[in-house]
Design a protein around this ligand. Sequence first.
Ligand SMILES: Nc1ncnc2c1ncn2[C@@H]1O[C@H](COP(=O)(O)OP(=O)(O)OP(=O)(O)O)[C@@H](O)[C@H]1O
Length: 524
Amino acid sequence: VLQGYAADQFTVQTSRRLMDKMNDLVGLEVLEDPRFHDDIQILQQGAPRRPLNLTSTIFSLLGTLVGLLSVGGVLLSIGWWVPLVVIAGMVPLTLTQMRLYELGWSMTIQNTQASRELNYFQKAALNHNFAKEIRLYGLMSYLTHEYTERTLAYQRTMRGVRNRQLLGVLPAQFLALVVTAGVFAYAVWQAQLGVLTAGAVVLVIGALAQVRSDLWSLSDALGMGTEHLHWFGKYYEFLDAAPTVAAPAQPRPLPQRLDITLENVTFGYQGHAPVIENLSLHIPEGQTVAVVGDNGAGKSTLIKLLLRFYDPVGGRILVGGPGEAVDLRDLDPAEWRSQVAAVFQDYARFEWTVRENVLLGAPEDPQRLNYAAAASGLTAMLPRLEAGLNTRIGQAYGGVDLSGGQWQKLVTARALYRRARVLILDEPTAALDPRSEAEVFAAFAELSRGHTALLVTHRLGSVRMADRIVVMRQGRVIEDGTHAALLAQGGEYAELWALQARQYGAGAGESDAGPGGAPQSALP
Ligand SMILES: Nc1ncnc2c1ncn2[C@@H]1O[C@H](COP(=O)(O)OP(=O)(O)OP(=O)(O)O)[C@@H](O)[C@H]1O
C-alpha cells in the first residue's frame, strides 16, 4: 500500500515537472528531434517507479552492509584473512553485475527509437483517425506483420543482451563458489586438526552462506542503483537543458505599435536546407496582408517564425513602430503571443466540449463568446449539436464527431474569441462551403479593421479584400502589391488569378467575378 501511495505521488510530481519543462520549451524545434521523443518515453516509463526503487535500493544496500559486517565478524573467528578472501572472491561478480546493468541501460537507450517505431504500428492499428484507410486499403495485415517482425527483432536484440548477461555472470559466480568452497574446506581441515570445534564449523558454514547471499544482493543493488542513477541523470539533464528558442532573461517591454518587420530573414528546419531565404517584409499595424504562393513556398513557415516557434538563422524579425522596434527574440514570447490569434492549417482538435474548444482555458465572457460564435458560423451549426456549446467532441468519450467544415468554424471562433491585435489565418476556409466561406471572410474583414491581419490562402477570390497581397515562391517574396497592381504587373499573381478564373469559367484576365473558391480538378 505504501509503495502504491509513494508511486502515485512520484508519478504526479515527476509528470508535472516534465509538463512544466515542456511549457518552458517555447519553440517547436525540440519536438522535431527523435532523441527528445526517446527521452520522453524513458522518463515517462520510469517516472512511477524510479524514485521509489532508488530509495529502496539505498535501504537494501545499507541493510546488507550492516548484515555483512556482523556475519563477517563470525568468519574472523577462523582467521583474519577469511572475510577478506571471501569479499575478494565476490569482487569480480560485483563488477560484472554492475557492468551488465550498464549494458542493459545502454541497450535500452539505443533501442528506444526501435521500440517507439514498433509501438507506432500497434497504435496505428487501434487509432480511430486511421481506421478508414486501414479498412479500405486492407492495411491491417501489413500493420500486424510489421509490428510482429519488429517486435521479434527487438526481442532478439534484448534477448542477446540477457544471454550475454547470463554468460558474463557465470565465470564470476564460479569464482565466488570456488572461494566459498575453499574457505569451507579450510574450516573442516582446521576442525580435523582440532583448532575449530564442530559447532564453530557449523557456524562458519551458515556465515558463509549468509555472506555470499549478502554480497550477491550488494552487487545486484549496486547495479540496479547505477541504473536508477542513470535515469535520474537523464531526468535532470532533460529538466536543465537550455532550449534553442528561449525566453530572454530580461525581456524588453512590448512596443506601443505592433508593426512587424522582417529583415533579410533566412531559416531552415534543423538539418534541412533553408526554406525561407533573405526575406524582407514590413507589415504596419492595422494592415491586412494576404500571403499566396505554391505549395511548400514557405507561407506556414513564415507564420511559425512570426510566432517565434523558431528563430531565424539569418536576419531578424522586429516588432514595433519607428524608433521603438524590438527584436522578437528580446520580447517575452508569452506576452507577444498573447497579442496574436491564429488559425493554423493543422489546428488542434481537442476532444473536449465545443465551449472548451473555443475558450481554450480562458475565462468565459458570454458577450465575446456570442460574437465569436456568430461571426465564425458556429452559432448556426449549434442547433444540430445535441447539447449546443456543451456538446462533447470525440466518440471515444461518448461525444460526437464534427465535419471538417464544422471544425473549421469552431477554430475560427477560437481565434475570434481571443482579444488579439494580430490575427493570423492559415487556410481558414479550405473546408468551408461557399456560403460559410463568405460569412467567415465578412467576419474576418470586420474584425481585421484596425488590426493587423495575415491571411494565407490558395483561394484567390478571397484575397482581394486584403490591403496588400504578398506572393511567395521558394522562401522569397516575389511580388508585393494590391490586387489591381499585381494584375497589372502581369506576373505570378496575375497568372494564378487567370488560372483559377478559367477553372470557374469566368474567363481569364482581370475578370471582376474572379475565382470564388477551390479549383476543381479532373482525374486524367
Ligand atoms: N517541421 C518541418 N521540418 C522540416 N521541413 C519542414 C517542416 N515543416 C515544413 N517543412 C518544409 O518547409 C517547406 C515549406 O513548408 P510550408 O509549410 O511553410 O509551405 P507552405 O507555403 O505553407 O505550403 P502549403 O501551401 O502547401 O501549405 C516545405 O518544403 C516543407 O517540406
